[in-house]
Design a protein around this ligand. Structure first.
Ligand code: KDG
Length: 359
């Protein structure tokens, strides 16, 4: 009797130990789908090297590991890891973890620490971010830097706080240009009927509709296949993305439409942020800004080189200044249409800032 009781107790202990093991392994692989190529781990503290508590923070981006956004993310990793042994940064590119929108949702749940999406799909969480989608608003990179690094940019970063997010820095995606597989685009008439993929953003959809295209929203992760299979005729993205994502393999024509400047926003999960020490938060905050400067600089260098290379791989069509003006005039009513939705005050402040720095 005593013997079987001892046996029962030992069996229960074995089962309990087994279950405890399962629990920790589940939490350490949580939210890690599709990321096996990089080792992977969760945002939960994981014990590594010599019993030290090392916290792994994952970054998810949609573009691949040749892109200046990835270079910036690697710079961030270097900056953080050189200052502390208790944080480890893992960078997941090509949407291995999630597309822009789903990655933001994962931050809200606390199952992912960092993502650096375009601001455009963020309008689904924060309507004010639509201000950056107003076509032909930011005229050049110098103005972009001043608007984003000044009080207006700070105010926009703060807006993410209501969404369970911490906005740490502005990085750069850049000026978007049109590519397609059908014909050279030199005028609005050439856009007529083209099936254009846009980001998941109503303002972009409306702008392309106004220009006579047949736009459809889609996550970046689905874009290459959609172009390859002919589901869409074209898309618009900055030159680095067009080149480094090999879009020229499935697109013949590129035009310098430069129709809108898209910032990247460096976002951190509020849930995970609250678990960090003030020292760790400071290291991350500074590294996000510093790595952002590096990302912008690289993005600009790569954009110039990319255009030259694209001219060899695709037909490059110049949009003349007169046509450019027609594009601008055709989409101009979008500002009034979206003013209330974005917030009239924000829109006025944005244009006032642009004007201030343009002179
Ligand atoms: O990593 C960022 C990309 O996921 C995405 O934002 C690129 O501009 C982009 C697009 O067209 O979706």
């Amino acid at each position: 009797m005593k013997k079987s009781l001892t046996l029962l107790i030992s069996m229960m202990m074995v089962v309990a130990l087994f279950l405890a093991g399962c629990g920790s392994s589940t939490s350490s692989s949580q939210g890690n789908e599709g990321s096996s190529s990089n080792g992977g781990s969760s945002e939960a503290p994981s014990s590594e090297s010599a019993g030290e508590e090392v916290r792994t923070l994952r970054i998810s981006i949609g573009v691949n590991d040749k892109h200046p956004e990835y270079e910036g993310a690697m710079k961030f990793k270097e900056l953080v890891e050189s200052q502390t042994d208790d944080l480890k940064i893992e960078v997941y590119h090509s949407g291995q973890i999630a597309d822009d929108r789903s990655a933001v949702e994962m931050l809200q749940f606390g199952t992912l620490a960092i993502t650096i999406p375009s601001t455009s799909p963020m309008v689904n969480f924060i309507p004010e971010f639509g201000v950056f989608d107003l076509p032909f608003s930011i005229p050049n990179e110098e103005v972009a830097d001043k608007v984003l690094d000044g009080p207006f940019g700070d105010k926009m970063l703060k807006l993410v706080e209501d969404q369970g997010l911490v906005g740490l820095a502005w990085w750069e995606n850049g000026f978007r240009n049109l590519t397609n597989s059908k014909r050279p685009v030199a005028s609005i008439e050439d856009v007529e009927g083209l099936k254009i993929r846009t980001m998941e953003n109503q303002i972009h959809l409306d702008a392309w509709k106004a220009l006579g295209a047949n736009p459809t929203p889609m996550a970046f992760t689905e874009l290459f296949t959609a172009m390859q299979q002919g589901t869409v005729d074209g898309q618009e993205n900055p030159y680095p993305t067009i080149l480094l994502s090999n879009f020229y393999e499935v697109q013949d024509h590129v035009s310098n439409t430069n129709h809108v400047y898209t910032p990247f926003i460096f976002l951190f999960s509020q849930k995970i942020w609250d678990e960090l020490t003030p020292e760790q938060q400071e290291i991350i905050r500074e590294a996000a800004v510093e790595a952002g400067k590096f990302n912008r600089q690289r993005n600009r260098e790569v954009a110039q080189e990319a255009l030259e290379e694209l001219k060899e791989k695709m037909t490059f069509t110049e949009v003349s200044p007169e046509e450019y003006k027609r594009f601008q005039e055709t989409v101009a009513p979008i500002v009034d249409k979206y003013k209330d939705e974005i917030g009239a005050e924000i829109v006025d402040e944005y244009f006032a800032e642009i004007e201030k720095y343009s002179n």
